[in-house]
Design a protein around this ligand. Structure first.
Ligand SMILES: [Zn+2]
Length: 345
């Protein structure tokens, strides 16, 4: 076999709203992990939205070309090597491609045992994936984004999208579901099955019971995830700075994402905090009065009724009084009276 043997792909969601992908092979009872990814639930939907899959579609069509002539009788080792070489890097593009690796490995294994496995699911992986990408786009834009038709419930937004033919009520079914014990902080060992509770505690291994999905197709995987996000519902917002979608992880009023701004070490969210602070400050009456008076004093410098040095000294004192006023140490009326005390007629 060219591909790792006996592969499993599993997906589960934690109560902390993290999604976990795992792709591993089991050879002689030894577990080898090929893909392991934990991220905020829904991040993979946003990645489907954001990623440019043009190159990926080219690779997928190459994979299809290599697959078509393969049969149990026609074992082409070079083709299988090429398939492995093409497919493995796709896991880095999107975790959904972990399932493609598993499907390819299953086919090679069946061919090795002389079973003429149908290649239908594999050959339609590219089309399925393309449909999933367009479904995910609609799902985010018109359904999970709760600022799109905010007075509608998630179910109503979905129905509306169905009516507009952007989303459909296809049967959102999925493959095998199981409840399994998963290791929370995963060390290199393969499984916790053979350990006693004492042994696990001694080694500092924590486990939990989770619902685990073993998808048969990429559509299974997507449907499970989509169904889960719809039922929550998982809110997704458009960042008010960069305009890209992001999963809302904390406060439901979140406006900014945590991506780094281009050419900056600050994230949109850090920048947003500054903007929000400033706008709150601007609404403060002390700041309003200060700004009004500052403009008037600054004009005096231009008219020559106040020197630059006098203005600098005045603005320093005014800033200090403004800070006292915002902090509640100086009543607003006293601050305003002070600002107007040198009023010129
Ligand atoms: Zn942003």
């Amino acid at each position: 076999m060219i591909f790792p043997e006996h592969m499993e792909f599993r997906y589960y969601i934690t109560p902390e709203r993290k999604e976990c992908y795992e792709l591993y092979s089991m050879t002689l009872g030894c577990r080898r992990t090929l893909l392991e990814k934990t991220q905020d639930l829904g991040q993979c939907l946003v990645d489907l939205y954001d990623t440019d899959f043009y190159d990926t579609y080219c690779v997928l069509s190459e994979i299809n070309k290599l697959l078509r002539p393969l049969t149990p009788e026609h074992k082409d080792e070079t083709a299988w090597r090429k398939l492995l070489e093409l497919a493995m890097p796709l896991c880095k593009v999107h975790p959904f491609f972990g399932l493609l690796i598993k499907e390819l490995s299953d086919l090679e294994e069946n061919h090795a045992y002389g079973k003429n496995d149908t290649k239908d699911i594999l050959l339609r992986f590219d089309r399925d994936f393309e449909n999933i990408v367009s479904d995910a786009k609609a799902l985010i834009e018109v359904c999970l984004d709760d600022r799109h038709q905010p007075n509608y419930s998630t179910a109503e937004r979905y129905r509306e999208a169905h009516y507009d033919a952007r989303l459909c009520f296809d049967d959102m079914r999925y493959g095998e579901l199981a409840t399994e014990e998963v290791m929370l902080e995963r060390p290199a060992y393969d499984s916790a099955y053979n350990y006693s509770v004492e042994k696990l505690r001694e080694q500092g291994i924590k486990t939990a019971l989770r619902e685990v999905l073993y998808p048969n197709t990429v559509r299974d995987l997507y449907n499970y995830l989509k169904g889960y996000c719809l039922r929550l519902p998982l809110p997704i917002h458009k960042c008010k700075n960069c305009g890209r979608y992001f999963v809302v992880t904390g406060n439901i009023t979140q406006d900014y994402c945590t991506r780094l701004m281009e050419g900056s070490e600050k994230t949109c969210r850090q920048m947003g905090a500054v903007v929000q602070y400033q706008s709150r400050q601007m609404k403060n009456p002390a700041t309003k009065e200060f700004t009004r008076s500052y403009k008037a004093h600054n004009a005096r410098v231009r008219y020559g009724t106040m020197t630059k040095a006098e203005f600098t000294a005045w603005s320093k004192e005014a800033r200090a009084k403004r800070a006292d006023c915002i902090a509640g140490k100086l009543p607003l009326e006293e601050f305003v009276a002070w600002l107007d005390s040198d009023r010129q007629r």
